[in-house]
Design a protein around this ligand. Structure first.
Ligand code: AQP
Length: 334
């Protein structure tokens, strides 16, 4: 029996991924890649919705791809490619935009939040159609499951609605995908502001653990992480968000259960606990960082791998797009 299809991606919106991206996405992707026919994309077209320096965007795109591989995504097993290398993404997004209601798109909470934050003049139309491009990403590959964080649930719902609408209006062209939402424990918070999500675009660097940071810098950030005055290493998301966040990171990186870590550090204070976590982080990220830097030292080879994976992706995507073009009535070029 053929494997089910899985699709996911990340924006190349920083020089390095952060520990939330690693725990919330990359670790799951790595575990899922054997059971699924997986497509993992570096979504550079999506990243254009934010201001970018062109040379820096190119560099961030390579860096993101290198970190996927360094974290264990195998380009011989999964299809790991750059979104803009497969033209069908932008083309299908246009077709889908013609069956998306203006009101429907206006209800997307991520757009509402971001446009409220930036103001109308600084908000581009690309940000408004962002979820339609995301729907195209997913639907091109006849995707069965989309592993995403809670924040992306609404976008996958829209993708399902668009797939069903297209299929019933023009005939079946798309598999209707399902979101698989990761557990709440997979949400990592900022080390300095442990009620806010850790994010690549955080205003301050002090609360973000970067995959490509020097391990000594990461260790220092952990030692300075915000905790509380209670002094006991105990998980309590409400009243001890800082310590709970550190426990979540510790558990995710070691595969251990939180209570066993609480037991180990019972009566030992935060200093010891943070030192223990710093060792875990350095041991986990040290090799990932080394491998990523090795890959980045040979950009020609990395580009070659990405190109051959893009060819593989395009084969699937182009077949879906050709079917869609036929179904909506575009005249075939002979
Ligand atoms: N703090 C987090 N905890 C758990 N998972 C997280 N992800 C991101 N932050 C955390 C997951 O990583 C993937 C990245 O998706 P993205 O790059 O498209 O954008 P994002 O979710 O908006 O991630 P960032 O790091 O916050 O980027 P910026 O600052 O550019 O917006 C997703 O699977 C996400 O769930």
């Amino acid at each position: 029996m053929s494997k089910s299809r899985l699709y996911s991606g990340m924006q190349p919106s920083a020089d390095s991924l952060q520990v939330g991206n690693y725990i919330g996405a990359l670790l799951q992707w790595r575990d899922l890649q054997d059971a699924y026919d997986a497509f993992f994309s570096v979504v550079d077209l999506h990243a254009l919705t934010q201001p970018n320096d062109p040379a820096e965007l190119r560099e961030k795109t390579r860096r993101t791809a290198a970190q996927y591989i360094a974290a264990g995504i195998e380009p011989s097993k999964s299809t790991l490619y750059v979104q803009s290398h497969v033209r069908a993404h932008a083309e299908l997004a246009w077709i889908l935009s013609t069956i998306t209601g203006f009101g429907e798109a206006s209800r997307m909470t991520q757009f509402k939040d971001k446009s409220a934050r930036y103001g109308t003049d600084a908000t581009n139309v690309g940000l408004f159609t962002y979820p339609v491009l995301m729907a195209a990403d997913i639907l091109l590959y006849q995707t069965d499951i989309v592993p995403v964080g809670d924040d992306q649930k609404q976008h996958v719902e829209l993708t399902r609605d668009l797939a069903e609408r297209f299929n019933s209006r023009y005939g079946t062209a798309f598999t209707v995908p399902m979101a698989t939402i990761q557990q709440d424990t997979a949400r990592i918070y900022d080390l300095q502001n442990p009620t806010a999500k850790m994010s690549k675009s955080a205003e301050s660097d002090a609360g973000v653990l970067w995959l490509l940071d020097d391990p000594a810098v990461s260790a220092k950030k952990i030692m300075r992480a915000v905790t509380d005055n209670d002094g006991s290493v105990r998980y309590d998301r409400e009243s001890k968000p800082g310590v709970s966040n550190l426990l979540t990171i510790y558990a995710a990186l070691t595969g251990r259960q939180v209570p066993s870590i609480e037991d180990e550090y019972a009566g030992r204070g935060y200093g010891d606990f943070k030192k223990g976590l710093a060792e875990v982080v350095v041991a986990e990220f040290g090799p990932v960082r080394e491998r990523a830097l090795e890959l980045l030292a040979d950009p020609a080879e990395l580009d070659r791998v990405l190109a051959s994976n893009a060819d593989r992706a395009a084969e699937v995507a182009d077949a879906t797009l050709a079917d869609v073009y036929d179904k909506v009535g575009l005249l075939r070029r002979r």
